[in-house]
Ligand binder design. Structure first.
Ligand SMILES: Nc1ncnc2c1ncn2[C@@H]1O[C@H](COP(=O)(O)OP(=O)(O)O)[C@@H](O)[C@H]1O
Ligand SMILES: [Mg+2]
Length: 364
């Protein structure tokens, strides 16, 4: 249950021409459950393998607490790792597969039995303990792999690389909550890699968002949703993602096209900026009631629990999430208000400020 510290850690597979992981400094704190979230190819597996020692980074140093493990192979790091696809001894029983990591470390027999039964009960494997693992379907085999990763109570960290890919969707929810339960019991440092935001948001104490080999933001799920500090987090998290609109700062006023939507909360240099506001917070209001933009409705998606109103403002597309059964019609002209405390300003993809209400005009 170590703190795992990456100091300037970067990795290139092509001798430094491109970075799979850009030089990064970051600490995974002991006993926390992290999700490492990002799209395919952004460097998640590379980063995980640097922690486990399967990859020696091109640059930087890796510490487990105060011990420099940069050159230490996996076997010397006391890590449990679960991969995307089952890694099992096919001819061994499920019981023996689960027991293997413990027997291998000379854990006393009774303790092996206790841990195997505990993990088996949590993961619902009791009925198949005696079966050869090759006789299980791929989903079950992966659950056994998961069990092998979780069976040791004394590990520096448990690393899971998209472990539920081959598991049946209905089972995924159950397994995720079991994982959470196991994490609460054992207090492992857990890093769970996924490209699926729902998986990340339901599972983790803290979500670390990776894009193009760089950590762009880390925080609790609500923080990433309510206060994205990078455009990527805005559109990758949320469904649909954050609306981004080109705007202009002139003096302290922020304009979209010719319409004033607010002022800058902190002084910012004039010029182009992008404003970001999530569909959940865009309000459709009577024109003139509050600052905002005129928009033409282009379509409505009836999602059952809510509606998505698609619109264009100054030729830019945006979406408002409304109650189900809304009465907006395609081609109607409506007025959209962006609540100041939920609207952010971005330059070069990075948040540079936020919106403040326009003084002296009708405010919401
Ligand atoms: N063994 C490898 N050799 C060369 N390039 C690799 C290798 N593994 C991964 N890459 C490249 O490094 C980048 C990050 O890959 P990876 O860490 O597997 O991302 P993720 O797990 O997020 O999908 C990708 O561009 C990928 O093509
Ligand atoms: Mg991967």
């Amino acid at each position: 249950m170590a703190d795992i510290r990456l100091e300037g850690v970067g990795h290139s597979y092509d001798g430094g021409r491109t970075w799979a992981v850009k030089p990064t400094t970051w600490t995974w704190r002991g006993s926390r459950a992290y999700a490492l979230l990002g799209p395919s190819g952004c460097g998640k597996t590379t980063l995980l393998n640097i922690i486990s020692g399967l990859i020696t980074p091109t640059e930087g140093r890796v510490f487990f607490d105060d011990r420099d493990v940069t050159g230490v192979p996996t076997a010397g790091r006391n890590i449990a790792q679960v991969f995307q696809f089952p890694v099992l001894y096919e001819e061994m029983s499920v019981y023996d597969n689960l027991a293997f990591p413990l027997r291998n470390r000379k854990v006393p027999k009774q303790e092996v039995d206790r841990r195997v039964r505990e993990v088996s009960r949590l993961l619902g494997l009791d009925q198949v303990l005696g079966r050869r693992s090759r006789r299980l379907d791929a989903g079950r085999q992966q659950i056994v792999s998961l069990g092998r990763g979780l069976v040791r109570s004394q590990v520096a960290a448990v690393l899971l690389d998209e472990p539920l890919t081959v598991v049946d969707p209905a089972l995924k929810w159950t397994l995720r909550s079991k994982l959470k339960e196991i994490h609460r019991d054992t207090g492992h440092t857990l890093v769970y890699v996924t490209h699926d935001q729902t998986e990340a948001l339901t599972f983790a104490d803290e979500v670390v968002v990776l894009n193009e080999g760089a950590i762009v933001q880390a925080g609790e799920p609500s923080e990433l949703f309510l206060s994205p500090s990078h455009e990527f987090v805005g559109h990758f998290i949320g469904s649909p993602g954050m609306n981004m609109l080109p705007a202009e700062i002139a003096g302290d006023v922020v304009r979209v096209g010719r319409e004033e939507v607010g002022t800058v909360r902190e002084p910012l240099p004039p010029g182009p900026v992008r404003i970001g506001v999530r569909p959940e917070f865009v309000r459709i209001t009577p024109a003139g009631a509050s600052p905002g933009v005129t928009a033409r409705v282009t379509g409505i998606d009836r999602m059952g629990a809510y509606d998505l109103v698609h619109a264009t403002a100054s030729e830019h597309r945006l979406i408002a999430k409304t109650e189900a059964g809304c009465s907006y019609r395609p081609d109607a002209v409506e007025f959209l208000h962006f609540p100041a405390d939920r609207t952010f300003l971005f330059r070069d993809q990075v948040r540079c400020g936020s919106l403040a209400p326009l003084n002296g005009r009708g405010q919401a």
